[in-house]
Design a protein around this ligand. Structure first.
Ligand code: ZN
Length: 129
């Protein structure tokens, strides 16, 4: 007799194909933005597409990825290349050179760990297959 135990099945990652698309689009956006300044519109198109996919699929982008996309024009924020970074009063201010939209982040303490990297934030570990 064949036994089927559902509890031993490996749970599939929800939205794996969307995560792969987001990863690919962000890498393409980054490669185009760092390659040449004249390809700015292509880079913006890829990052805009990545943001649209994450909204449509209700798939949150990683905080490090999300912080490098301008909210005003969706261009990639690369320190010293496409944005200015200033530190004032324990805050870092990232200003886009294209649309002058500013993002303000608190300057992190050396022992600060963001919430998504803490062990308490992980509800369930999924295995990719
Ligand atoms: Zn911008």
């Amino acid at each position: 007799m064949e036994s089927t135990n559902n509890s031993t099945k490996i749970k599939k990652c929800a939205g794996k194909d969307n995560l792969q698309r987001l990863n690919y689009l962000y890498q393409a956006c980054n490669a185009i933005a760092t390659e040449n300044e004249t390809n700015h519109l292509a880079s913006v198109m890829y990052s805009n597409l990545a943001v649209a996919i994450s909204k449509k699929a209700v798939q949150r982008m990683d905080i490090e990825v999300k912080r490098t996309i301008c909210k005003g024009c969706r261009s990639l924020l690369l320190a010293g290349i496409t944005c200015k970074v200033r530190i004032k009063k324990k805050r870092s201010i990232w200003t886009c050179t294209k649309c002058h939209t500013a993002k303000v982040f608190p300057v992190q303490c050396p022992d600060y760990v963001p919430w998504n990297l803490q062990e308490e934030s992980v509800v369930e570990t999924l295995q990719y297959k």
